[in-house]
Write a new protein. Structure first.
Length: 130
């Protein structure tokens, strides 16, 4: 028997006789239900998606982003702590004679609603937008 021969595609047929194979399972199978663990994982995923949609809808709502001046200050502090924990590019500022961090685009997109009041606060703490 030669080993280097062209094997034609057989698609469920015998290579030798080109007849359909007898042991093919042709019966339609009943749909399988998910396991309990898979269903639990799916439910958690769905709940997370619903929560993300609620947050996105709240971010798009009209009106001020923070209810009061105290809330603005708290949000600024929270965003600054988050910004300081991320790795940022830095550039030398000749006017001030110091390094300034660049706020990453992803951070800006994530917190776009708060950027009007946060950019000024971040500038005071050594960060700039671009």
């Amino acid at each position: 028997m030669k080993t280097n021969r062209y094997l034609k595609p057989h698609n469920g047929k015998s290579r030798r006789h080109r007849r359909p194979l007898a042991n093919k399972n042709r019966a339609a199978k009943a749909p399988r239900s998910n396991s309990d663990r898979a269903e639990m994982i799916r439910q958690a995923w769905v709940a997370e998606k619903i929560e993300q949609r609620k947050k996105a809808k709240a971010m798009k709502a009209d009106g001020p982003c923070c209810a009061s001046q105290k809330a603005v200050q708290e949000t600024n502090q929270k965003l600054l702590a988050e910004l300081q924990s991320t790795v940022c590019n830095r550039v030398w500022n000749n006017e001030l004679g110091c390094w300034q961090g660049i706020i990453p685009r992803r951070f800006i997109q994530k917190n776009l609603r708060h950027m009007p009041h946060f950019v000024e606060f971040a500038g005071e703490n050594g960060y700039r937008r671009s």
